[in-house]
Design a protein around this ligand. Sequence first.
Ligand code: AMP
Length: 176
Amino acid sequence: MTGATAMDLKTLIKDVPDYPKKGIIFKDITPLLSDARAYEETITRLAEPWKGKGVQVVAGIESRGFLLAAGVALKLGAGLVPVRKSGKLPRAVFGESYSLEYGTAAIEAHQDAFPKGAKVLLVDDVLATGGTAKAALTILERIGGKVMGVSFLIELDFLKGREKISGYDCRALISY
Ligand code: AMP
């Protein structure tokens, strides 16, 4: 491909007002995912800053985070760790509850998801208030991971999620 720019990717993210609740503008990334070139460009650019940094596992947050984390893991030659919604993983987990831009939730990961000291990258689609990422980072560190950083496709600047995860190397491809 000839290299989609940040603006190209932005045109494939659709605003859905008042979804799933009044006042929320939902960022729908499905048009981007279904465009082969844009999807590939997204994965390439999400992985780019972490190349050569020895990332051993990429953790993705259910469920849209999985769609990005899997590709990034393959690009980096790393494993994939799903951070799932409560009650989905079959073995012993570490879990965290947190509040969302639109509600509350709980996520968890297997206690033995990776060896202690493993270099971990966290990937998700949207950084909004930062509660989800913060909870995921807490879990990853409880497992014993050495967090290298966090990569998002989209950052909603006005919600200041970055402040909640200050201290981590945080990257986003697109911001609003
Ligand atoms: P937060 O914990 O507030 O940073 O919310 C981040 C999580 O909620 C991500 O996993 C997103 O998938 C989802 N999310 C929050 N706000 C939005 C939004 N406006 N559009 C799409 N997804 C969102």
